[in-house]
Design a protein around this ligand. Structure first.
Ligand SMILES: C=C(O[C@@H]1C=C(C(=O)O)C=C[C@H]1O)C(=O)O
Length: 378
C-alpha cells in the first residue's frame, strides 16, 4: 500500500494542473462570452453541452457519471461568467435597484386577510400592521384578487405551520399571481377547546375548526374520539359553535375568537406541540426590499435537462446562501411538470447574488424573483 503522504503529494500535483486547466477553460468561456455579446448569440447551447456530457460519460470510464456531474457544474460556472459579460437579466437588475427599502404604512393602508375577526390571520395582520382595519376576504384567492384589483395595498397569508406543514393552496396562488413577498412573521399559535357556556367537557362529541387547526390538534381530538367538521377558519368555527346552542359541540380556536364569540374554555394549549408556530407572509404588487432583508424567495420551472435543480442549488450554496424551503407544485394543465418555489437566506445588496438572479432569470423557464425581505418573530 502506498504511503498516505506520498498519495497526497500526488493529489497536490494533480490539483495544481487541474486549477491551471480550469482557469484556462474559464478564459475560453470569457472569449466565448465576448463573441456571443458581439454577435448577439444566446449563452446556453444545450446541444453543445449534451455533446460534451456524452463524451465525458464514455471517457470517464468507471467514473463516467461522476465526471458528468463535475462537467455540468463546470459548464454552469462557465455560463455564469458569460452572463456577466453579456449583462444578462437587465430587467432583474433594474427591478432590484428601483425597489424602495421602506414599506409605506399608516392606519388607512388597506390590508386584506382571509377570515373574520378573531381568526389567526386577523391576529397576524394586527401584529404586522397595528391599528389597521383589515379587509376580510372569504378565501385566500380573494386576498390575491383584492391585490390584483387594487382594492388592497397588502395581503397577509399563512404559508406554513410547524406541525401541519405547508398551506398548499397559498403556494399555488403565489405561483399563479407572482406578487412580491415583502415581509414574513412567525407567530406562535395556541388553541383552546371552547364551547357554549352551558356545555361541559364531558358533553363534547364533535369538534369544528379549520383543517389546519384540526391537524395541529389531532392528538387530543383522536384520543377523545371526537367527530370533526371542517370550517372556513377557526373564528368561523367559534362563531358557528356559539350560534348552534349545542352542548355536545366545541370549536378549536384562538383566544381572540373565544372572547369575540363569548365561548367557554374547556381546555387550553390544545395543540399537539407547545412550539406550534405559523409563518405568515405579506404580499404586495410593488417590490420593497428593506435594508436588513435576510430571505430571498423565487420560483421557476425546470427545463427537461438532467441535474438542473441540483446545479441551481449549487450556485446558491457556492455563495454561502442556504436553502430554507422548497415546494414543488404541478403546473396547471401540464400533469407531471412542476414549478418550484424556493427560499434562500441572503440579501440582494450582495452583488454576486444579484448577478446570480440575473443569470437565472434568463436561463430558467417561468423564473420570477418573488422578493427579499425581513423575517420577524412574534
Ligand atoms: C462555452 C460555451 O457556452 C456555454 C457553455 C459551455 C461550456 O462551458 O462548455 C457549452 C455550451 C454553452 O452552453 C459555448 O457555447 O461553447
Amino acid at each position: 500500500m502506498r504511503d498516505l503522504k506520498e498519495i497526497r503529494e500526488e493529489i497536490n500535483e494533480i490539483d495544481e494542473k487541474l486549477i491551471e486547466l480550469f482557469k484556462r477553460r474559464m478564459e475560453c468561456a470569457k472569449d466565448v462570452g465576448n463573441y456571443k455579446k458581439a454577435n448577439n448569440i444566446p449563452i446556453l447551447n444545450q446541444d453543445r453541452e449534451n455533446e460534451i456530457l456524452d463524451d465525458v460519460l464514455v471517457r470517464g470510464g468507471e467514473y463516467g457519471y461522476a465526471a458528468q456531474l463535475l462537467f455540468s457544474n463546470i459548464m454552469e460556472l462557465s455560463r455564469a461568467l458569460q452572463h456577466n459579460i453579456v449583462g444578462s437579466g437587465k430587467e432583474m437588475k433594474e427591478l432590484i435597484e428601483n425597489s424602495s427599502p421602506n414599506i409605506p404604512y399608516n392606519k388607512n393602508t388597506k390590508v386584506a386577510c382571509q377570515g373574520i375577526a378573531g381568526a389567526n390571520n386577523h391576529e397576524a395582520t394586527l401584529k404586522i400592521f397595528p391599528d389597521c382595519e383589515p379587509q376580510f376576504c372569504k378565501s385566500f384567492k380573494d386576498v390575491f384578487m383584492a391585490i390584483e384589483n387594487g382594492e388592497a395595498d397588502y395581503g397577509v397569508l399563512p404559508v406554513e405551520n410547524s406541525t401541519a406543514g405547508s398551506v398548499s393552496d397559498v403556494y399555488d396562488l403565489i405561483l399563479k399571481h407572482r406578487f412580491y413577498i415583502i415581509k414574513s412573521l412567525d407567530l406562535p399559535i395556541h388553541y383552546y377547546l371552547a364551547s357554549i357556556p352551558q356545555a361541559n367537557l364531558e358533553d363534547i362529541e364533535e369538534v369544528w375548526s379549520h383543517p389546519q387547526a384540526l391537524a395541529q390538534c389531532s392528538d387530543k381530538i383522536t384520543a377523545n374520539n371526537y367527530k370533526t367538521l371542517q370550517s372556513a377558519n377557526t373564528a368561523v368555527a367559534a362563531r358557528d359553535v356559539a350560534n348552534s346552542k349545542r352542548i355536545n359541540l366545541a370549536a378549536v380556536c384562538n383566544g381572540s375568537a373565544v372572547k369575540e364569540y363569548g365561548l367557554k374554555v374547556l381546555a387550553e394549549n390544545y395543540e399537539n406541540r407547545s412550539d406550534n408556530t405559523t409563518r405568515f407572509i405579506v404580499i404586495s404588487k410593488k417590490l420593497y426590499i428593506p435594508e436588513n432583508a435576510e430571505k430571498i424567495s423565487l420560483c421557476f420551472g425546470l427545463p427537461h435537462v438532467t441535474g438542473t435543480l441540483y446545479s441551481v442549488l449549487c450556485r446558491f450554496s457556492s455563495l454561502g446562501l442556504n436553502l430554507t424551503k422548497i415546494e414543488s407544485r404541478t403546473m396547471a394543465n401540464k400533469p407531471f411538470e412542476y414549478l418550484f418555489y424556493l427560499d434562500f437566506t441572503g440579501n440582494v445588496k450582495n452583488d454576486e447574488v444579484t448577478k446570480l438572479l440575473c443569470a437565472l432569470s434568463t436561463e430558467l423557464p417561468e423564473f420570477s424573483f418573488l422578493g427579499n425581505y425581513e423575517e420577524d418573530f412574534a
